[in-house]
Design a protein around this ligand. Structure first.
Ligand code: MN
Length: 422
């Protein structure tokens, strides 16, 4: 796991003034990677967010590629060396300031893209609170299946429909069946939901047949972004047995544009703990480092802006929020070790979704299905509107950040998406 170094120094300030403002998601201690272009159809370039700007890494003379996946595949040592160079060059007093000012782009003028080429996408189910609440709705007498506390449950999702924050997608149509109906019907989903997730990106891959053990797992992770795994609950409820979710999930997912690196997350580690009544992980999912600091503390928040609110110029309202230490039953390292234990090969740019991150309390739920009791108790918004599930024109926003005493707060930015009529 990454250790603290000069790039994490809380006293470090940047000559990019906006990076030093309190509450900025992108101070010099963060330095997340993303792909941007000057217009929607020009070739994406690799950039690092600093304050309200982007440093164009190729223009700054730091790299000679536009291929993010190649950069992600570099060894942790090479990645740390690049981070150190970026940090030194952006720090107050750097001799590179005048040269690098020409390599800065305003974030508001740039088009952001999905941060890398995602070959494969796996979605996990790491919140025991989400699994229990949702399990109760589908199976009142048997909410948490017996494998849950032993196996990091996951399924293979679809990468082609993953988009970047700021976009919109059409409400999916599909086959659904009401509990009291004899036969299914077809039409637009009436129970469209969001899922508050994190997306973990694979850096260096592993050859097929060679599992990644717990000791090495973190060195194969590149970083993390916010991830909304939009879900059509009515389609899901009818299709999910026996092989799991399919068309209820693969119509769209949304990522935030910036990958916050494992190096940047180093000050925000937390112990991995299991209450004594729960089984301890099998040896292949266990390590001293994982127990000591395998978890991460990331605060997460969900906001909603309806079309009516947007028309009235009203800001988004908060629906819920939690922290990963309260929500995640498995650590990122355990997801990597489990995914590869059978010999499965992960590749640079692969995405591992955390699953819906719901905390233990009702107001920490990461989906509307949980917040509204499967639609039975709609949420009442500040303007009087109600939501059981998402309606056309709704914009759902995820935010995330890390903070801890003696450190500079870093943010994950924003992951927003808008539902349009089918
Ligand atoms: Mn999901």
């Amino acid at each position: 796991m990454n250790t603290l170094n000069a790039t994490h120094d809380p006293k470090l300030r940047s000559w990019v003034a906006s990076a030093n403002e309190a509450g900025s998601d992108f101070p010099i201690q963060n330095l997340p990677f993303g792909r941007f272009s000057h217009s929607p159809d020009s070739t994406p370039r690799i950039g690092v967010a600093i304050g309200d700007r982007i440093l164009d890494l190729r223009k700054a003379g730091l790299i000679d590629t536009d291929d993010m996946n190649a950069l992600m595949a570099a060894s942790p040592g090479k990645r740390a060396a690049l981070r150190a160079l970026i940090s030194q060059g952006l720090a107050e007093g750097s001799a590179r300031q005048s040269e690098w000012e020409a390599a800065l782009v305003s974030q508001s003028a740039a088009t952001m893209h999905v941060p890398c080429r995602i070959g494969d996408y796996t979605d996990f189910y790491t919140s025991v609170h989400h699994a229990t609440t949702v399990g109760k709705q589908f199976r009142p007498d048997n909410p948490l299946l017996p494998n849950y506390k032993w196996v990091p449950i996951g399924y293979h999702g679809r990468a082609s429909s993953i988009g970047v924050s700021g976009g919109s997608f059409k409400r999916p149509r599909g086959q659904t069946k009401a509990v009291d109906a004899d036969i299914p019907s077809f039409g637009p989903s009436k129970r469209l939901d969001f899922e508050l997730e994190l997306g973990w990106f694979i850096g260096e891959g592993n050859p097929q047949g060679e599992p990644i053990d717990m000791e090495g797992a973190e060195s194969h992770l590149f970083g993390v972004a916010l991830f909304n795994d939009w879900s059509a609950r009515d389609i899901q409820g009818w299709e999910y047995q026996p092989l799991g979710p399919f068309l209820s999930k693969n119509f769209a997912s949304t990522l935030s544009p910036w990958m916050v690196t494992m190096e940047a997350l180093a000050p925000f580690r937390a112990p991995f703990e299991r209450v004594s009544d729960d089984p301890q992980p099998l040896p292949y999912l266990d390590s001293p480092a994982n127990r000591a600091q395998g978890a991460l503390s990331i605060t997460l928040e969900v906001l909603l802006q309806t079309a009516k609110m947007r028309d009235a110029g009203e800001a988004p309202v908060r629906l819920s929020g939690t922290n990963t230490t309260r929500a995640a039953y498995w650590t990122p390292a355990q997801l990597v070790a489990h995914h590869t234990v059978n010999g499965c090969n992960l590749q640079p740019g692969d995405l591992l979704g955390s699953g819906t991150l719901s905390g233990p309390n009702a107001d920490e739920a990461g989906s509307l299905m949980e917040l509204t009791g499967s639609g039975k108790q709609p949420v009442v918004l500040a303007n009087g509107e109600q939501r059981a599930f998402l309606e056309d024109g709704d914009t759902l926003i995820l935010r995330g950040w890390c903070e801890s005493p003696g450190t500079v707060r870093i943010g994950l930015g924003e992951c927003s998406g808008t539902v349009v009529a089918s």
